[in-house]
Design a protein around this ligand. Structure first.
Ligand code: PLP
Length: 378
């Protein structure tokens, strides 16, 4: 069975983990964490990068930094992972769901302004499949209404919008290094910001509400509890693993792009026949080949393609159940627009296995013949 995902290892992970073991320093913010922070600050051109346990943790940290209080509203797509919404729901916030654009499946920026109320605190663009949201428009709306922009760039490591890395454009950016993403550490993430005040407070919240980080830099002579907080920092073994991956980040993106382009070219004739729609990458967006998806004609066609591909040993998957229609979404959130594109496109979307080492010919041959059987006979 060709699996849907297999994590890629650079070969240096064990070397650095052994080094961390020999250093005898296993808690967070040791030498490997510092290497990762400096690397991310440079790669993303941001004032501060802080490793977290996950993108989920970075989003939770963002909700605390945005001072979300019960009843505060946060505008986001419904077509996303649960963590985008949960981070704010945990603080009593209300996810306000806006429909997506049919081309990129990203938040439809033209619908955002009408969804703003007196309770709105933040906009959370999710860069689906590592393709950027229309950030110029969203940042302009946020500036005019004094809202924070918190990027869910979980899928966007290595992508850019008009030359700027995703995750570096908003007030806060959240990255994921989960093993299903491009650059990985098993579980892992980071928070990025260009705002010095937010960075200083993030450091405190991440370290259990203490000024421990400033203490270690010699900026205060004792460390104490100064704010709310939790533990969001990973240990050094995770940072050591991640350090190996970050060093190979460009190579990982290049190799994934090779597979993505192979799929994209091979599926052009199927699109011409009207059997599917391929991903659309708008001008100004450079993507990281996080994902290859197609949109099939209907839910029934999608389900049948998945069933027949699995029978032939290839595992495609689909996602997401739109949050506004999920039990917790109905309970904690509300919709601000009709959810037409969210509802129809999420039913038609199919993801092909895309990982370094995947049998790309097998995936394309299997998908093409199954797609012809299912879509060609309509
Ligand atoms: C993967 C993902 C997350 C969660 O990332 P973790 O690191 O697993 O917490 C959040 N949002 C989106 C859009 C994701 O794809």
């Amino acid at each position: 069975m060709e699996p849907f995902n297999r994590p890629y290892m650079t070969g240096r992970e064990f070397v650095y983990i052994a080094e961390a073991h020999a250093n005898g320093m296993l808690a967070g913010d040791g030498p490997f964490t510092k290497h990762c922070h400096e690397h991310l600050q440079k790669q993303f051109g941001v004032h501060a990068a802080l490793l977290t346990h996950s993108c989920t943790a970075a989003l939770e940290l963002s909700a605390l930094l945005a001072r979300i209080e019960p009843g505060d509203e946060v505008i986001m797509p419904s077509y996303t992972f649960t963590s985008t919404a949960n981070a704010f729901v945990l603080r009593g916030g209300v996810p306000v769901f806006v429909d997506i654009r049919p081309d990129t499946l990203n938040l439809d920026e033209t619908l955002v302004e009408a969804a703003i109320t007196a309770r709105t605190k933040a906009i959370v663009p999710v860069h689906y499949a590592g393709v950027a949201c229309e950030m110029d428009t969203l940042l302009d709306i946020a500036r005019r209404h004094r809202l924070m922009v918190i990027e869910d760039a979980a899928q966007g490591v290595g992508s850019a919008y008009h030359g700027k890395p995703l995750g570096s454009l908003g007030d806060l950016g959240c990255l994921s290094f989960h093993e299903t993403k491009n650059v990985i550490s098993g579980e892992g993430g980071a928070l990025l910001t260009n705002d010095e005040a937010l960075a200083a407070r993030a450091e405190i919240i991440r370290e259990k509400g203490t000024n421990r980080s400033a203490f270690f830099r010699g900026q205060v002579d004792k460390y104490t509890w100064v704010d709310v907080g939790s533990s969001y920092l990973p240990g050094e073994l995770i940072a050591a693993f991640l350090w190996a991956q970050l060093q190979q980040g460009d190579d990982i993106t290049r190799r994934r792009l090779g597979i993505w382009r192979h799929y994209h070219e091979a599926l052009a004739p199927l699109e011409e026949r009207g059997w599917l729609r391929r991903p659309i990458v708008p001008a100004g967006c450079v993507h990281n080949a996080h994902m290859y998806y197609v949109l099939l004609p209907s839910l029934a066609a999608r389900q049948e393609v998945i069933r027949r591909m699995r029978e032939r040993g290839v595992s495609p998957v689909f996602h997401y159940v739109p949050l506004h229609s999920a039990p917790a979404g109905l309970r904690f959130g509300r919709t601000a627009t009709p959810m037409t594109h969210t509802d129809t496109l999420s039913e038609r979307l199919l993801r092909l296995p895309l990982w370094i080492g995947v049998d790309r010919e097998l995936v394309i041959d299997t998908f093409s013949s199954v797609c012809a059987e299912v879509c060609g006979s309509r």
